[in-house]
Design a protein around this ligand. Structure first.
Ligand code: GLU
Length: 285
């Protein structure tokens, strides 16, 4: 079996225990299967990505004893590829420009006739205010959204794809995401923003295809995102990878670790004299 996986941190903060867990799982699986482990820096959000964080992440991974195959791929080197993918989706009539502010979306989503507002992988589900506008009307400072209903109409085989998803305990039994759930639970996702040529979802799908990724191993916080990424990959003519989701590392209060939680940063443990084995133990490996 060909096994190509990757670890794709965003260099917007320190590597913490949760990232280390994902990275170790993917790395060890690749090594055990004689596969390939790639490293990618998801630095598409240039307003938040910092070279210092990228350098620290690489240093922490090396200290953990992880080695990656080939050069590190940086998203910021591939903006033209994301643009081309966006153009492909636009040419298929699957996108529309959106000029709504966050506030517009909140107000429209909370209107009494909408019922309780729903949240998806990117926050509030977009209520569809700009749907129906054409790409020719796009202003320079507008986001581009995927028309999920149109997109799903072009993916007749989609109901089988979610079977590929392995879930952590929190999602056991939840892995059949049907069409209405995709529309209501994910909705018209943003594919590009004025300040970012491509959204996280679009760039990741392009990268995973470009790197021939066969398996993605990541936290269950990205569980819903995987379904969106499966749709995007399918629309772009790629075979989606198999997604494995692992349980999240939580703090003593059961709260998910955040980037800003420096106390759990690998660099902090290193400074306190921890060994790579201590880190493996801490994440339950
Ligand atoms: N860059 C993303 C993050 O750090 C993860 C990307 C992925 O695994 O698809 O949350």
């Amino acid at each position: 079996m060909t096994f190509i996986t990757r670890f794709a941190p965003s260099p917007t903060g320190p590597l913490h225990l949760g990232h280390a867990y994902s990275a170790i799982l993917a790395h060890d699986r690749a090594r055990a299967l004689n596969g390939t482990f790639l490293l990618r820096l998801d630095d598409i959000d240039q307003s938040r990505a910092r070279p210092e964080w990228a350098a620290q992440i690489l240093d922490d991974l090396t200290w953990l004893g992880l080695s990656w195959d080939g050069p590190v791929r940086r998203q910021s080197d591939h903006l033209a590829d994301y643009r081309a993918a966006l153009d492909t989706l636009a040419a298929r009539g699957l996108t529309y420009p959106c000029r709504c502010t966050r506030r517009d979306i909140r107000d429209a989503a909370s209107a009494p006739q909408e019922g309780a507002p729903h949240h998806g992988p990117d926050g509030l589900i977009y209520p569809g205010t700009c749907r129906g506008r054409t790409m020719a009307e796009a202003g320079p400072r507008e986001a581009i959204r995927l028309d999920m209903e149109q997109a799903l109409a072009l993916c007749p085989d989609l109901p089988d794809l979610p079977d590929l998803v392995e879930t952590g305990p929190a999602h056991a039994g939840r892995h059949r995401l049907d069409r209405s759930r995709m529309i209501q639970g994910i909705g018209d996702a943003v594919l590009a923003r004025p300040d970012m040529g491509a959204s996280y979802h679009l760039s990741v799908v392009v990268d995973d295809a470009a790197q021939d990724i066969t398996h993605v191993i990541r936290g269950e916080d990205l569980f819903e995102a995987s379904f969106l990424q499966i749709v995007l990959a399918t629309l772009l003519g790629h075979r989606p990878p198999v997604y494995h989701h692992h349980a999240l590392i939580r703090d003593a209060q059961g709260k998910r670790l955040a980037k800003r939680d420096d106390a759990r940063a690998i660099a902090t443990y290193r400074a306190e004299g921890a060994t790579p084995e201590d880190i493996r133990r801490k994440v339950g490996l």
